[in-house]
Design a protein around this ligand. Structure first.
Ligand code: PRX
Length: 654
């Protein structure tokens, strides 16, 4: 079959088709009717307690929720350990020999770890951490490729009560250094390297650069991923090979009974300032939230083979590769590399080989697959799939329908899940056995979640567009920003009063109560599902000695959702050349990482400013989008904009 024609798509979209759950899906689903929404509304605390009761606590909680807006405590008085819930309770029962992780490296190497294997390795590494002086409450940085040791390290931290801070392997040395220093990590787990599109990413070398300026780090554990291909420098006394330490480690490690509100991890994410913030998640509520959503949204059954393609360096990997699925005792597929390596059917070959039944990926990937063409999907048997998910950015109806049709064979529900690093768990989503789907809509808040659309002033919008707000606490909500309690309150809970969480997203709600997410309304952009602060990129640009001023905006991009457009003024004596543009792009990569590389750089003599001197980003966005310019009357010098627009169009085709 050839690629669908535009006429075919138009047909599908013009109908405003809705997709009711297939009856045979519903018949076997975890949730079969929508009474669960009413149940959760009647008594949200009891609803969450029901799921908490399915986990293993060493001491049961006294109170489900203590809410002193905007500070929440969940499962107060409860004692729980995340690694016990993800491992021990499965390893001691019928799931002992069930595959917990099925891992594929990019070069094609494979490893399968049963629940018992994973339990033993985690316990052993927990003992290693202890032997290196890591204690409850200490922070451990993890900078690894997508290999089993990443999950092992996280769970080992959780076992002894250390707080992990995973840094995505694509981040630069400076980004790693800043994250380590912000939370004063005591130990770093890294690897000699990883594979990406056949190339070696020399992680330890990057880490070495960071380690030159991280005084809190006492020990570094290095996983050997690449053997001879990846020579590394081992600093005696500080750096230790993972495999050597593991040789002598005992597999017996009593789990630390953690208070439900003890910190489980910190994960840095971009915000509206130049500096990423460390989002804090705690143990009990986070586990309940990720456990419940994984079970219900992905409709997990014992025999499922579940694959979420996210890197564990992002929250999606924390919640839906590690904690949620393992707490459910699921079989989780992990793949280290790129979707087009060695060929463009790698994902489909993984689905075929491992019999993946539930597949969760990002719209950017789906749009790339569309561009690559359906012939890649048709070479492979995808009939094992029964449920598809999407996350990270708005999914356009075309991509949704393509996914539904060519990957799901028109038999698999598609769950478009909206959430954030801060929410910890999926917040707006269909439940696949009960929700009628609309391509492009994340549909309804998960049971127990209260979401609404508000105007800037805070008035509720029943039907129509506005700002997305969450009006009730939820178990896996962030508990703070590491080291900055004041920013937590100001950033998320101050716009409309201390009980209402501001998401930073625009959305609309339709007549059926379905939510349509429209993207960020603040200075955060979403490039290929990765969150990047415009100010971060601006800071990286002005860090270059030739740059005087920089303004960064997002513009639409066919595949990546958004692309990064930078407007730059140079200092006297610097020549604004094509070469300089390339140098600046590399400079940003060096400062932040490849995900922040600007797509367009436009040199300009002036930036459009209001009479009070504020850069008018709205105008820059319009220029980068190639839109007609609106009102420019508040500008100090309207000629600046007209010139800028003409230049941009000349350079990038408008
Ligand atoms: O703008 C929303 C977008 O991603 C942002 C959160 O990014 P991050 O914290 O990195 O977490 C990504 C994975 C959960 C949100 O503010 N976003 C996430 N999922 C969706 C989405 N936008 C539209 N539809 C989604 N399903």
């Amino acid at each position: 079959m050839a690629d669908p024609t535009h006429a075919e798509f138009d047909d599908l979209l013009r109908e405003h088709r809705t997709f009711a759950p297939p009856p045979d899906f519903t018949a076997r689903a975890v949730v079969r009717d929508d009474s669960i929404y009413a149940e959760a509304e009647r008594d949200p605390d009891a609803f969450w307690a029901r799921f908490a009761g399915e986990l293993e606590w060493s001491r049961r909680w006294d109170t489900v929720l203590d809410w002193q807006p905007p500070h929440a405590k969940w499962f107060v008085g409860g004692k729980i350990n995340a690694s016990v819930n993800c491992l021990d309770r499965h390893a001691r029962g019928p799931r002992r020999n069930k595959a917990a992780l099925i891992w594929e490296g990019e070069p094609g190497d494979r490893r399968t770890l049963t629940y018992f294997d994973l339990f033993r390795q985690v316990s052993a590494f927990a003992n290693v951490l202890k032997s290196l002086g890591v204690r409850k409450g200490d922070r451990v940085a993890i900078y690894l490729p997508l290999i089993p040791e990443l999950a092992i390290s996280m769970l080992a931290c959780a076992r002894i009560g250390a707080v992990h801070s995973v840094v995505f392997g694509g981040f630069s040395a400076e980004s790693l250094r800043d994250r380590i220093n912000d939370s004063k990590c005591k130990l770093l787990v890294t690897a000699d390297g990883g594979f990406r599109r056949g190339q070696i990413v020399a992680l330890k070398q990057v880490a070495d650069e960071a380690l030159a300026d991280t005084p809190s780090i006492e020990n570094v554990v290095v996983v050997q991923r690449g053997h001879a291909e990846m020579p590394v420098h081992i600093e005696e006394g500080r750096d230790h090979w993972y495999h050597r330490l593991m040789q002598d480690a005992s597999y017996k490690c009593d789990p630390e009974p953690m208070d439900a509100e003890d910190m489980l991890y910190i994960l840095y994410t971009s915000g509206t300032t130049g500096k990423p913030k460390g989002i804090v998640h705690t143990t009990g509520g986070y586990l309940v939230g990720t456990y419940a959503t994984t079970k219900l949204v992905f409709d997990l059954h014992e025999e499922d083979v579940y694959w979420c393609t996210a890197d564990i360096g992002w929250v999606t990997g924390h919640s839906y590769v590690v904690y949620g699925p393992l707490a459910n005792g699921a079989t989780v597929v992990m793949y280290e590399g790129a979707p087009d390596w060695p060929k463009k059917d790698r994902f489909w070959s993984i689905i075929e080989t491992h019999g993946v039944t539930v597949f969760y990926t990002a719209p950017t990937a789906i749009r790339a697959f569309m561009r690559w063409g359906v012939e890649w999907t048709q070479k492979r048997d995808l009939s094992s799939l029964r449920l598809l998910g999407s996350v990270g950015e708005p999914i356009n109806p075309e991509a949704w329908v393509w996914y539904y049709r060519f990957i799901g064979g028109e038999r698999c529900p598609v769950v478009d899940t909206w959430w954030q690093t801060e929410t910890g768990m999926i917040m707006i989503t269909p439940l696949p056995g009960v929700t009628t789907l609309k391509p492009g809509s994340a549909t309804r808040p998960f049971p127990g979640i209260a979401a609404e659309i508000r105007t800037e002033r805070g008035d509720k919008v029943e039907v129509g567009g506005g700002l997305l707000a969450l009006t009730r606490p939820w178990p896996s909500m962030l508990r703070g920003i590491y080291g900055d309690p004041e920013r937590y309150v100001r950033q998320y809970w101050s716009k409309w009063g201390s009980g209402v969480y501001v998401t930073g997203d625009g959305a609309k709600r339709d007549e059926d109560g379905c939510f349509w997410l429209l993207g960020r309304v603040d200075d955060v952009i979403n490039v290929a599902g990765h969150r990047i602060g415009t100010m971060e990129v601006e800071s990286a640009l002005v860090d270059h000695p030739g740059v005087a001023e920089a303004a960064v905006v997002g513009r639409s991009h066919e595949i990546k959702g958004q692309a990064i457009a930078a407007f730059v003024t140079v200092k006297e004596g610097t020549h604004a050349t094509k070469d300089l543009a390339d140098v600046l792009k590399e400079h940003v990569v060096k400062k932040i990482g490849a995900i922040a590389r600007p797509d367009d750089i436009l040199f300009t003599a002036d930036l459009p400013k209001t009479r009070s001197g504020k850069i008018m980003r709205r105008l820059l966005r319009d220029i980068a989008e190639g839109k007609a310019l609106g009102d420019t009357t508040t500008l100090a010098d309207p000629a600046v904009v007209a010139k800028l627009k003409a230049n941009y169009e000349e350079e990038y085709g408008g």
